[in-house]
Design a protein around this ligand. Structure first.
Ligand code: F6P
Length: 320
């Protein structure tokens, strides 16, 4: 491998900059050239490619977002564009590529590998919804951001003796909701993976808690269930207790990464370069049981993942 390209793809996540920095500096230390590709696969197709040096990544480890920008590129699902992108990589001398993103981004990396570009995927998403890994770049920061926001909503909810529904991101996955449910001691947590939606049981729970003297009722609702505004109206009507909904939204994707996200993203970025220098391709880096590992992308994409059942159970038990 002579020249390593790096891009970020899909939704941004805090810690992506730390990963980019690690790719650039580790590659330079290994005597490789590095090129940054702006705006993900869309930018690759537009040849938005710049040479990077050690200075290009100065002062970014503590910054949220991604200095390379990111995009969701739907046309990249088509063979014609995958081939074109591989040809562009070859034209720019890029023979190894690090793709930082989620499952959809790994599919793109898999296709580029099939067209002769050595590719390594790094799991970058706040959603934690990548099957081959217990850790994704950005989840830790996003959960901490959401946790702090929910603490604040809880203060005002208690003062006004209200019920509050707080909707957190995660697309179809409930990891952020589950972690906030435990970290914030929420009275109810609605998870798309396991929740049989029964609003009456929530209403009964709120009324029972109020009779026991609870001054607030925090419901953490996962984006995958959604409809928080209409849910609040129905719950208020059924309980007679003032109910407000707060959708945290994109604030969960921003902000300075936590130490964990900086350190793990740096490790993964460096590991991606090591793998490329060893001549490996079509791999994705993950972290499981205290170890950084790499998997074949085809195998990684075929894996399934579910919420930790014990965590789901303690979330329920501890909130009572
Ligand atoms: O995948 C990260 C994520 O923030 C999801 O939690 C959310 O569903 C989605 O991206 C939102 O995407 P966009 O920023 O394109 O609206």
């Amino acid at each position: 491998i002579k020249c390593i390209g790096v891009l970020t793809s899909g939704g941004d996540a805090p810690g992506m900059n730390a990963a980019i920095r690690a790719v650039v500096r580790k590659a330079l230390a290994a005597g490789r050239q590095v090129k940054g590709i702006h705006r993900g696969y869309a930018g690759l197709l537009n040849e938005e490619i710049v040479e990077m040096n050690a200075h290009s990544v100065s002062d970014i480890i503590g910054k949220g977002g991604t200095i390379l920008q990111t995009a969701r590129c739907l046309e990249f699902a088509q063979e014609e564009y995958q081939k074109k992108a591989a040809d562009i990589c070859k034209k720019h001398g890029i023979d190894g590529l690090v793709v930082i993103g989620g499952d959809g981004s790994f599919k793109g990396a898999q296709k580029l590998a099939a067209h002769g570009i050595n590719t390594i995927g790094l799991p970058g998403t706040i959603d934690l919804d990548i099957s081959c890994t217990e850790y994704t770049i950005g989840f830790d920061t996003a959960v901490n951001t959401a946790m702090e926001a929910i603490d604040k909503v809880r203060d005002t909810s208690t003062s006004h003796e209200r019920c509050s529904i707080i909707e957190v991101m995660g697309r179809g996955a409930g990891y952020i909701a589950l972690w906030c449910g435990i970290a914030n001691g929420a009275e109810d947590v609605l998870l798309p993976e396991i929740y049989n939606y029964d609003e009456q049981s929530i209403v009964d729970h709120i009324i029972a808690d109020r009779r026991r003297g609870k001054q607030h009722h925090i419901i953490v609702n996962a984006e995958g269930i959604g409809h928080s505004m209409s849910m609040a109206k129905r719950i208020e009507a059924a309980t007679g207790i003032e109910t407000r909904a707060t959708i945290l939204g994109h604030m969960q994707r921003g902000g300075s990464p936590t130490a964990k996200d900086r350190v793990y993203a740096s490790t993964m970025g460096a590991m991606a370069v090591d793998l490329l220098c060893e001549g490996r391709t079509n791999r994705v880096v993950g972290y499981n049981h205290g170890e950084f590992q790499d998997f074949d992308i085809d195998e990684a994409l075929a894996m399934n993942k579910d919420l930790d059942k014990y965590q789901v159970e303690i979330c329920r038990v501890l909130s009572n």
